[in-house]
Design a protein around this ligand. Structure first.
Ligand code: HEM
Length: 401
C-alpha cells in the first residue's frame, strides 16, 4: 500500500511516528539475524562448554607400583621438602611438576601420628571435616578402589589386599570396600588409609570444577565447611590467595580442563606456623570461630614455638569418573630442627624477606619476622663460620630441596 494512500486511510498518523515504527522493526530484525547467524554468543553457557569428562582421555589403568625400596613404618623418615627459594623476588606461580604415577602417595614413619590425629578428628568433628556430595559418591568410591590397589603394592609391609578390600597390618583395621553399603563414607575410609588430606573436584555442566567431596582433617589454616561446594576460583578468592587473578586463575582453569588421566602432577608450598598443632593452627583463631585471622596470633613468640609447615599436593584425574583428585600431604617440623640442614637458615631467611606485602600478610609475617629472622641469620652465620661452602646449583633448583 502506498504511504500516501495509508495517510488517507489513517489521517491522524504522522510521518514521524511511521519512521519510529520502521526503525523499531529494523532493530528487532537485526537482533534476530545476529542470534541465528552467531548461535554461540547467545547460547546457554551450560550447552556451550563440552564436558571435559566426555572428551576422550584414552584408556588409562593405573600401573601397579613396585614396592617402595626399603620402606619401613619405623625408619622411613618424611622426605625433606624445603620448597623455599632465595630472593630477592618471590614469584607466585602454579609451581606444578610432573610426578611418576608410582609416587602418587607418600607414607613414612609419621603415619601413626597422622592416623591417630585423623581418628580423633573424625570422632570430634565428623562432617565438618569430611563430606561427600551424592554427585561425587562414585568418584569417592573410585578413589577408594584406587588406593586399595595402590597401597598394598607400594607399601606391602603396611597394607595387604584382601578378598573384599584392604587390611592395615599395623593398626589391624580391615575395610570391606565392596558395594554401596560401605561401613563409612568412602572419603572417611580413604582418609584412614593415608597421611594426606583428600579432595575431589567434579566438573559441572558449565565447565567449572567444584569441591564436592573432601576429607580435610589436618589442613591447619582452612576448613572444609567454608569451601565445600565452591568452584576452584571461589575457593581461592574467598581466602584472598595473593595474586590469584593475575598469576594463577587462568592457568589453573586451563590445567583442570586439560588434565589427562595418565599425567600426575605435584606442587609444594610452605608456611610458618607459631604453634605446634598439626590439625589446626589455633593461633589464627578457634576452629569454630566465624572469622579467622593472623591478627589474633601472639607476636614474637619464642623460637621454639615456630614451626615449618610444607604441603606436597598432587593432582590426577581418576580414569572412570574423570573426577580430579587433589591430595594434600603436610610435612611439619620445628624450625629449630630444619636449621641444622646446610643452607636452610640462609635460604629461608632470604625467602621470607622476598615476600611482597600481600604474600607477607597472607603468611602472617608480621607476627614472627623479628624473632625468626634474627634466629635464622644467627644460624646462617654459624654455618658459614663452620666452613659451609657456597650454594651449589642443586640447592637452588629442583625438588625435594
Ligand atoms: C593447579 C592447582 C592449584 C594451584 C596452582 C593452587 C594454588 C594455590 C596457592 C598458590 C595457594 C596459596 C597458598 C600456597 O602457596 O599454596 C592456594 C591456597 C589454597 N588452595 Fe589451591 N591451588 C590449586 C588447586 C587447589 C584445589 C584443587 C583445591 C581444592 C581443595 C585448592 C584449595 C586451596 C585452599 C583451600 C587454599 C587456602 C585458601 C585460603 O587461605 O583460604 N587448591 N592454592
Amino acid at each position: 500500500m502506498d504511504f500516501r494512500l495509508e495517510m488517507l486511510y489513517f489521517p491522524g498518523l504522522k510521518w514521524e511516528i511511521l519512521l519510529c515504527i520502521c526503525a523499531g522493526f529494523l532493530v528487532v530484525f537485526y537482533n534476530l539475524c545476529k542470534q541465528y547467524l552467531q548461535p554461540n554468543r547467545y547460547q546457554n553457557p551450560e550447552k556451550e562448554t563440552k564436558h571435559s569428562r566426555d572428551k576422550p582421555h584414552g584408556e588409562f589403568k593405573m600401573p601397579v607400583p613396585p614396592a617402595y625400596p626399603g620402606w619401613s613404618l619405623k625408619t622411613t623418615k618424611p622426605l625433606p621438602y624445603r620448597a623455599f627459594r632465595y630472593g630477592p623476588k618471590y614469584n607466585v606461580t602454579m609451581g606444578l611438576r610432573v610426578v611418576a604415577p608410582i609416587d602418587w602417595i607418600e607414607l613414612d614413619n609419621q603415619f601413626p601420628k597422622f592416623h591417630a590425629d585423623k581418628a580423633a578428628r573424625i570422632i570430634e568433628r565428623g562432617e565438618q571435616c569430611i563430606k561427600t556430595h551424592e554427585e561425587a559418591f562414585s568418584a569417592a568410591v573410585e578413589l577408594l578402589e584406587e588406593l586399595t590397589e595402590y597401597l598394598p603394592a607400594r607399601y606391602p609391609s603396611l597394607y595387604q589386599k584382601t578378598a573384599t578390600g584392604i587390611r592395615n597390618l599395623w593398626s589391624g583395621e580391615s575395610f570391606n570396600i565392596q558395594g554401596r553399603l560401605l561401613q563409612e563414607d568412602p572419603m572417611v575410609i580413604c582418609s584412614r588409609l593415608v597421611q594426606d588430606d583428600l579432595a575431589l573436584m567434579i566438573e559441572q555442566p558449565d565447565g567449572q570444577y567444584r569441591l564436592l567431596a573432601g576429607s580435610i582433617l589436618l589442613a591447619g589454616f582452612w576448613r572444609l565447611s567454608d569451601k565445600f561446594g565452591m568452584t576452584l576460583s571461589d575457593i581461592h578468592t574467598s581466602g584472598h590467595v595473593p595474586h590469584f587473578h593475575e598469576k594463577l586463575e587462568g592457568g589453573m582453569l586451563k590445567f583442570f580442563q586439560r588434565l589427562k588421566c595418565d599425567k600426575f602432577y605435584a606442587r609444594n608450598n610452605y608456611f610458618i606456623q607459631v604453634d605446634e598443632s598439626l590439625p589446626w593452627s589455633y593461633s589464627i583463631g578457634d576452629e569454630d570461630s566465624p572469622a579467622l585471622s593472623w591478627s589474633t596470633a601472639e607476636k614474637n613468640k619464642a623460637i621454639e614455638h615456630h614451626w615449618f609447615r610444607s604441603e606436597r599436593q598432587t593432582l590426577r584425574r581418576l580414569p572412570k569418573t574423570k573426577a580430579i583428585c587433589f591430595t594434600i600431604r603436610t610435612y611439619f617440623h620445628p624450625i629449630t630442627d630444619i636449621v641444622k640442614e646446610d643452607h636452610v637458615p640462609g635460604r629461608l631467611a632470604s625467602a621470607v624477606r622476598s615476600w611482597d606485602d600481600w604474600v607477607a600478610e597472607y603468611k602472617g609475617r608480621e607476627k614472627y619476622e623479628q624473632v625468626l629472622l634474627e634466629y635464622l641469620d644467627r644460624k646462617h652465620k654459624e654455618q658459614l663460620c663452620d666452613g659451609l661452602g657456597p650454594v651449589s646449583e642443586d640447592t637452588t633448583e629442583g625438588y625435594p630441596w
